[in-house]
Structure formats: C-alpha cells, structure tokens
Ligand binder design. Structure first.
Ligand SMILES: [Zn+2]
Length: 243
C-alpha cells in the first residue's frame, strides 16, 4: 500500500491519542478510589452491627438500673411506712413484727443499692463503648464520603478527557486517507496500529528488526507503507528514523 509520508506521520499522533483515550476510558470505568470505597462500605456495615450490639447492651443496663431504682423506691417507701406505724403502735407483738420487717427491708435496700452501684459502673462502661464505636463509624463514614466525592470528581475529569480526546482523534483521523486509516484500525485490534521506527527498532513492539529487514526498509520508497515483521504494525519512518 502507498501513502504519503506526511499522512503516515499522522498515524503517530493517532497512536498517542488512542493510548491517552484508552487510559482515560479506563480511569472513567475504574476510578482509583472505588476499591477503597467498597472496602469502607463493608467496614461500615461491620462497625454498624457492632454499634447495634453495644447499644443493646447499654439499653439492657439502663433497663436493669431503672428496675433496681424502682425496687429500691418501693422498699424505702414500705420501710418508711413501717417506721411510722412502729412509732404509733403500743402493741409489743406488732412492734416486734414491724422491727423485724424493717430490718429485713434495710438489708434488702442495702443489697439493692450495692447492685445499683455495680450496674451504674457497668452502664458507664457500656456508654463509653457505644461512644467509641460511634466515633469509629463516623470516621469510616467521613472517609467513605470524602473518597466517594473524590472518585466522582475523577470520573468527571476522565469523562471530560474522553470527550476532548475523542474530538481530537476525530480531527486527526479526518486528515488520514481512508485506506491507511482502515489498515491502522485493522492492526489496532490486536496490537498498536502504528509505531515510530527508530534506531532499528519498531515503535509498536519495541523489537529490533533483523539486518536483512533493515536493509529492505532502507531501499523501500518513502510513500510505501511498511509493516513490522514482528508485530505487524505500520512502521512510520521519519527524519529521526536513522535510515
Ligand atoms: Zn513491531
């Protein structure tokens, strides 16, 4: 196939644009943040489950404390009532019964109050555990939101890049003769469509060609399209090719 050297040189611009386009398309499809965002979502679910468990534990302690306070209240009221009755009674047998009940109520109140202190201590720890877990969860959420926003911005930038590169590529492609462009596209499906030939090396596969192929290339007319014997891409020859 024949093609003007200046047209062949346009293929090098096309190669650069295609490389940049593929990179931008890849960046659009896989922003670097997305893997970490997925990790953070999983981590957030895990931390959320732990927060529920800790909150339930705290609520249990609160309920237990409320129950104890109510029991203490009932026992105290009964003891106070017994004391009033004791002050008023003149019957020795009733007085003894009341004294005995007051003593047993005192013991009960004392034991309930000891338990109350233990529960208050446990509740304090449970509340600290909830706060600690909530802080972890908030941190994960904040990092996730930040990375997610960064990812969205990266996708937007890549989308803009793809649009700009697609426009640039169309402009370059429009200047290349149809048969040369078709050859480039056919080869480009499995390898770089073209490469700059320099220092005896194909710019597509970066392999040195044999002395025999090099000798043939030296005698080949400038407007003849040369293909790499290794990768098949169009070897674009320029003033820097050293031929
Ligand atoms: Zn090659």
């Amino acid at each position: 196939m024949k093609s003007a050297p200046s047209d062949q040189r346009l293929l090098l611009d096309l190669v650069d644009l295609d490389v940049a386009l593929r990179r931008a398309e890849d960046a659009r499809a896989n922003p670097p943040q997305s893997a970490r965002v997925k990790e953070l979502i999983a981590q957030r679910n895990e931390q959320g489950r732990e927060l529920v468990a800790r909150t339930n534990q705290r609520d249990d302690q609160q309920m237990e404390l409320a129950r104890l306070e109510s029991d203490i209240d009932v026992a105290r009221k009964r003891r106070d009532r017994d004391r009033e009755r004791l002050d008023k009674t003149a019957i020795a047998r009733d007085a003894r019964a009341l004294e005995s009940e007051i003593a047993s109520l005192d013991a009960r109140i004392d034991s309930l109050e000891t338990r109350e202190l233990e529960i208050m201590e446990a509740l304090q720890q449970a509340e600290a555990a909830v706060a600690e877990q909530q802080a972890l969860l908030d941190e994960t959420t904040a990092e996730g939101q930040r990375l997610s926003a960064e990812g969205k911005a990266a996708v937007q930038r890549a989308t803009d890049d793809v649009a700009a590169l697609t426009r640039d590529r169309a402009a370059v492609a429009a200047r290349i003769p149809a048969d040369l462009l078709a050859d480039y596209a056919r080869i480009g499906k499995r390898a770089p469509g073209a490469g700059h030939f320099q220092q005896g090396t194909c710019g597509g596969c970066h392999m040195s060609i044999s002395p025999r192929d090099l000798a043939a290339l030296k005698t080949l007319a400038d407007d003849e399209v040369a293909h790499c014997p290794e990768c098949g891409c169009i070897m674009v020859r320029t003033a820097e090719s050293g031929l």
